[in-house]
Design a protein around this ligand. Structure first.
Ligand SMILES: NC(=O)c1ccc[n+]([C@@H]2O[C@H](COP(=O)([O-])OP(=O)(O)OC[C@H]3O[C@@H](n4cnc5c(N)ncnc54)[C@H](OP(=O)(O)O)[C@@H]3O)[C@@H](O)[C@H]2O)c1
Length: 316
């Protein structure tokens, strides 16, 4: 099977043995697989795959057709379209997926959107609703809203009746992010002044934290999900006390099978109906053939995109 592989710190598309599904696993002919920041960190040697996942094939999410199932599989059968988180190994023509983490692909989603769905929708849904309890009328700030997670978070929050302010540094994307459901799209420097906020989804990192605390409403929550701009901050905790606020952080990849299955069921119940209703989509900025994975990674590293970059195979 053709796969994107990491060899001595370089990205090489190479042949690998076909993976074998275990008793509760699906063998999936991958049609599309999203690119994520984690793949770039893994390439740099800074983010090894968790135990049980292929060590040298990156890719945290995929979509494709089930071609074989383990003897204990109950939820899917060959021919089904599925999309899923994986601990690694998604960027290959074949991958194995645990049936409890897999989700059916709604008919409204084409392969590129489905291949870029699982990681960002699960992360955004988990952070906003499971971690922070975002609800009707809550004021949300999404910091770094033009990327994969941000574009989905804006839509999920708007669909849940929250009032969304989005910070986006690339002015070219302001109108597109507003069209996803943000009441206001602001420059990063203007984000705090647009508060107070009940919830702040922090996708940019530590440099924003002092302003996040300034902008926190009483009882507000900051949830840190990504730190591309840096991980160390100097904070005035008196401000956090005054707001009776909370700073949370979360991480998806290292979770147990049970925790990932739980997150997937929540996404199935709450986000997939929004897809069917035409209220949630995954903006795909560009697709690349598997063989052009290096260009896709370079493009991801360059930034400036709206939404996701997705690798597609011959079946995508
Ligand atoms: N905790 C978890 O479980 C988890 C799961 C998935 C992803 N993540 C992390 O979460 C972050 C967001 O993921 P994503 O998929 O949405 O990534 P993405 O598509 O690269 O989006 C990141 C967004 O943040 C903006 N940004 C980056 N650095 C910035 C800076 N210094 N100032 C202002 N804006 C900045 C980017 O703008 P430009 O395009 O202009 O650079 C982009 O719009 C990443 O760091 C990723 O590694 C965490």
């Amino acid at each position: 099977v053709r796969a994107v592989t990491i060899q001595d710190g370089r990205l090489v598309v190479a042949d690998r043995p076909d993976p074998d599904p275990g008793s509760e696993e699906l063998l999936v002919r991958v049609a599309a697989a999203g690119v994520n920041g984690a793949d770039l960190f893994q390439l740099m040697g800074a983010y090894p795959a968790p135990p049980g996942s292929p060590a040298d094939i990156p890719g945290l999410e995929l979509a494709g057709e089930v071609v074989a199932v383990g003897y204990g599989v109950r939820r899917f059968r060959p021919g089904d379209r599925v999309m899923s988180l994986v601990g690694g190994g998604g960027q290959a023509e074949l991958a194995v997926v645990h049936e409890r983490v897999a989700m059916p692909v709604p008919e409204q989603l084409g392969w590129p959107q489905a291949g870029g769905f699982a990681e960002v929708v699960t992360t955004a849904h988990d952070a906003l609703f499971t971690q922070c309890g975002l609800g009707l009328g809550d004021r949300l700030l999404v910091q770094g809203a033009a990327g994969g997670i941000g574009t989905v978070a804006v839509q999920l929050a708007a669909a849940a009746g929250a009032r969304v302010v989005a910070s986006v540094r690339n002015r070219d994307h302001h109108a597109a992010v507003a069209a996803l459901g943000a009441e206001r799209v602001v420059e990063p420097a203007d984000a705090a002044a647009a508060g107070p906020f009940d919830v702040i989804l922090e996708l940019v990192g530590a440099p924003n934290l002092p302003a996040d605390l300034e902008a926190l409403a009483i009882g507000g929550r900051v949830v840190v999900i990504g730190v591309p701009a840096g991980a160390r901050a100097d904070l005035d905790l008196r401000r956090l006390m005054a707001a009776r606020g909370r700073v949370l952080a979360s991480h998806l990849r290292s979770r147990s099978l049970e925790e990932k299955a739980d997150a997937a069921r929540r996404v199935e119940a709450q986000a997939l109906p929004l897809v069917a209703a035409g209220r949630l989509r995954v903006p795909v900025a560009a697709t690349f053939p598997l063989e052009a994975a290096r260009e896709a990674y370079d493009r991801f590293a360059a930034g400036g995109k709206l939404g996701k970059l997705v690798l597609v195979t011959g079946s995508g």
